[in-house]
Design a protein around this ligand. Structure first.
Ligand SMILES: [Ca+2]
Ligand SMILES: [Ca+2]
Length: 416
């Protein structure tokens, strides 16, 4: 009897020890409680049953939870980390009309970045859905990273971006502006400092180009793209093995040397050449005094801007103390489409566009630098119509609308 009792006691003790050991090992998990709301403009839109997505910025893992009838999405058992949170809701043309006055389908978005949750903490966040009617012209692709090859002969001379007609009517490119957005730093370096200027009413351009023409000289048919290359040259012919592109079929190229010289400044004949058979973009603003040209930054947020306004108001970069760097202020209300391209998933603090234009951001960097990898950021196809025309995804959130491709694909969605 005594023996049995002893072994029972030992068994009980071992069990207690094991349980307490397990309790000690249990991870100290966190909770994020997201309450979905709408901006005043969309007051009345239901916030029930909407997917809310969180992305762990350390390892890029994602988790999605539907909101309950009160608009709350609860993320339990999360690893303590830093998270980006996003949600979007599609409104049909009929529903959108009640809020925007335009009978056109629309996606409203909300986004929060770099939300840190500590072990055992419950973080309560409010996400406010907002948006504006999508544009007929969209930025289809941005290729700024350049191509590696023997001797780096190309570097980033093969950069281009492409504007696509996403509507069913002819659109004109004449006099529209392209703004390359500041700051140059996009979160790629540990010592990068965010610009810290408000993005509510203005964005800040380091360079501005304008499409030539007088109003109806440069039509873009539905389902067609127009490529603007910094140099309209076939780089594939020069370096067949590199992940580069043939820019000889670009509709426009950029050339700054003559313009800079007319202003008493110097250009850059190594990086900037002119294909005389391809019309040049008008040079409007370049914030480098000498040796400049219209290259995009490695991580290049750009905006397509309405024709009409004349930009005159500049602002000094408050983070640069060693020199005076000025950006041109562009009103957010003048932007037709914009895509925020930053270095990596944890670069949200460097966003250069407000949520109403781009609720998220896209990036090409996964492991180490993406420079000279031939990687390009391209908008996804939402659907292909019976006619063959592609309609591109435009939810005003490049985190979901864009994908990384390599090599770059100029004109790849053209219907003909
Ligand atoms: Ca050029
Ligand atoms: Ca030219």
């Amino acid at each position: 009897m005594k023996k049995i009792n002893l072994s029972l006691i030992i068994t009980a003790l071992v069990t207690v020890i094991m349980i307490s050991a397990c309790e000690k090992k249990a991870p100290e998990l966190s909770v994020i409680e997201v309450t979905l709301a709408t901006s005043a403009a969309f007051n009345g839109v239901s916030v029930s049953n909407i997917p809310v997505e969180i992305t762990n910025t350390v390892d890029n893992t994602k988790k999605t939870v539907l909101t309950n009838p009160a608009g709350v999405a609860l993320f339990e058992d999360l690893a303590p980390s830093t998270y980006n949170i996003s949600a979007s809701k599609e409104l049909t043309a009929e529903v959108a009309f009640n809020y925007t006055g335009f009978s056109k389908a629309l996606t409203i978005n909300a986004n929060l970045q770099n939300i840190a949750v500590m072990p055992l903490q419950t973080s309560k966040q409010t996400l406010t859905l907002d948006g504006k009617a999508g544009g007929d012209l969209v930025i289809k692709e941005v290729y700024s990273l350049g191509a590696a090859n023997d001797g780096y002969a190309i570097m980033f001379k093969d950069q281009f971006f492409e504007i696509f007609n996403n509507s069913d009517e002819i659109q004109y490119l004449d006099k529209l502006y392209i703004a390359y957005l500041s700051p140059t730093k996009a979160g790629q370096g540990a010592n990068d400092v965010p610009l810290g200027l408000p993005l509510t009413s203005f964005v800040y351009a380091s360079k501005i180009l304008q499409f030539p023409g007088t109003g109806t000289q440069y039509p873009l048919e539905p389902g067609m793209g127009a490529v603007v290359a910094i140099n309209a040259i076939n780089y594939k012919e020069q370096k067949p093995l590199a992940l580069t592109v043939d820019n000889s079929k670009a509709q426009f190229d950029t050339y700054a040397i003559t313009w800079l010289q007319s202003l008493g400044r110097t250009g850059n004949s190594f990086f900037d050449v002119d294909n005389p058979n391809v019309p040049n973009m008008n040079c409007i603003y370049l914030n480098i005094q000498n040796n400049g040209f219209f290259n995009m930054d490695d991580y290049a947020s750009i905006a397509l801007v309405k024709s009409g306004p004349v930009f005159t108001e500049t602002i000094k970069d408050p983070t640069i103390t060693t020199s005076e760097v000025y950006y041109m202020k562009i009103p957010v209300s003048e932007i037709i489409d914009g895509v925020d391209i930053l270095a990596k998933s944890s670069s949200a603090a460097f966003k250069r566009l407000p949520t109403v234009i781009d609720a998220g951001f896209t990036y090409a960097q996964e492991n180490g630098s993406a420079n000279y990898t031939g990687k390009s950021l391209r908008r996804k196809v939402a659907k292909t119509l019976a006619s063959g025309r592609k309609v591109l995804q435009d939810s005003n959130n490049s985190s979901s609308d864009f994908e990384v491709v390599a090599p770059a694909t100029p004109h790849s969605y053209n219907i003909k």
